[in-house]
Design a protein around this ligand. Structure first.
Ligand SMILES: O=C(O)CCC(=O)C(=O)O
Ligand SMILES: [Fe+2]
Length: 422
């Protein structure tokens, strides 16, 4: 291993770790922990210490990154400044959706196994996989047509119901009031019917479309867009049922279990904050790993993001990262109250996440099995608990506090974060 120096800033503290002679990555790692004045057992602090680290020599850094993999370096921000002779600057940012605010100097990213994301070219575009303009236009047109058709159908239903009601109304009844009541009633019913229909469409989109076809999740997910955004605007979260039918849910669960061995505990496990094991996978990677159902599910994120963009009412324009997180909480597993993003006093966001989107993969899950997702409303007062039943998708504002209550048996979920384009 080449000599290197690691400048670590941790809050107000700043220190340098220099490895002058040949050393091992294990030793380097121990040095990081020691200098950050933490026990190896409290690597959470080491994670923070690495939050803004500078390393001379890109190759060394890659070794270090590899060494830190077991400690979920994906959570650490590592800033690598290559030595003058190194090929270029290499910047890695922690994976979990936090890639957007990478230093502007970033260029030459590479992808390192284990979910550590880097780009090969300046900028973040490649990583974020934005929708192509024609995909976006086609999807917007489909959404508009759908909305117009629904509106026309609803008007026909309202007129029909009003005519029937007026024919039998008591003499002197106020036509305006009657119409308003009927209209509200029809809207409620069509909304319910629409919801059921859209669930099936959404599930068909994931299940029925041939893998890789452009008709896959993106297009049909638009159908749920207005309902999605209604829910998000009203309450900050929305639950979509039956996104997977029973057979698909079973397949997805089996695939998730087949990846179980690849899932690793997070650093936060050491502090008792959370006890799930996770792995990060791109859709193609899932497909290549014999998980076609999960791959399709992972592609749904683009559809959800595009749907919300097309609706136009959400506060941010959304884009998607390349990977989803598969998580498994074993019996006794939980994740304490937290948010997935936060705003500092200066209004600057902690990361790029706008929405958290989770699809649960737990067959025959009963309330007694625990593991509910509890979401707190903006004031932190009211809560809702969502059972992690197979085929249920929840989308919520990443700034809302939430927690995973203790699970009593293995609880799998595929989570993706939808980013705000900033
Ligand atoms: O799996 C869930 O229901 C939520 C997990 C969660 O909050 C997270 O991974 O940030
Ligand atoms: Fe969370």
């Amino acid at each position: 291993m080449a000599p290197f120096a690691l400048d670590v800033r941790y809050g107000p503290r700043k220190f340098r770790i220099a490895c002058r002679g040949p050393t091992t990555v294990a030793r380097a790692r121990r040095a990081v922990c020691r200098r950050a004045r933490v026990e190896a057992a409290t690597l959470r602090t080491a994670e923070r210490a690495l939050d803004d680290a500078e390393v001379l020599d890109g190759e060394t850094m890659l070794e270090l990154v590899e060494a830190l993999q077991p400690y979920r370096v994906a959570y650490a921000l590592v800033f690598v400044r290559a030595a003058p002779d190194a090929s270029a600057t290499v910047v890695g940012r922690r994976l979990q959706g936090d890639l957007v605010r990478a230093a502007p100097a970033a260029d030459n990213w590479v992808q390192v196994d284990g979910g550590f994301m880097m780009l090969e070219k300046p900028g973040l575009g490649r990583l974020l996989e934005p929708l192509a303009a024609d995909e976006f236009a086609a999807a917007s047109a489909a959404a508009d047509a759908q909305t117009a058709a629904t509106r026309r159908e609803t008007e026909v239903l309202v007129e029909r119901a009003c005519a029937a009601a007026l024919a039998t109304a008591a003499p002197g009844a106020d036509e305006g009031t009657l119409r308003a009541r009927i209209r509200a009633d029809v809207l409620r019913r069509t909304a319910a019917a629409e919801m059921t229909r859209t669930h099936h469409l959404a599930s068909r989109a994931i299940v029925g479309a041939p893998a890789g076809s452009s008709a896959c999740a993106e297009a049909d997910a638009f159908v749920v867009s207005s309902r999605l955004v209604d829910g998000l605007l009203a309450k900050g979260y929305v639950v979509v049922e039956d996104v997977l039918d029973a057979d698909t849910a079973r397949a997805a669960r089996q695939e998730a279990e087949s990846l179980g061995i690849q899932l690793k505990p997070t650093l936060q496990a050491l502090t008792g904050t959370r006890s799930d094991r996770v792995g990060w996978f791109g859709a193609d990677e899932l497909a290549a790993n014999g998980c076609p159902t999960l791959a399709r599910l992972a592609r749904l994120q683009r559809g959800v993001a595009a749907a919300i963009n097309a609706d136009g009412r959400w506060r941010e324009t959304l884009t998607v990262p390349a990977s989803s997180m598969l998580s498994c909480y074993g019996a006794g597993g939980r994740y304490r109250k937290h948010t997935d993003n936060s705003r500092g006093a200066d209004g600057v966001c902690g990361n790029a996440r706008a929405l958290t989107c989770i699809c649960y993969l737990n067959l025959d899950w009963a309330a007694e099995d625990g593991g509910a997702l509890r979401i707190y409303d903006e004031s932190g007062g009211d809560t809702v608990e969502i059972t992690p039943a197979a085929g249920r998708v929840v989308v919520f504002d990443s700034f809302l506090e939430h927690e995973v209550l203790e699970a009593r048996r293995d609880r799998y979920a595929l989570t993706f974060w939808i980013f705000a384009e900033r």
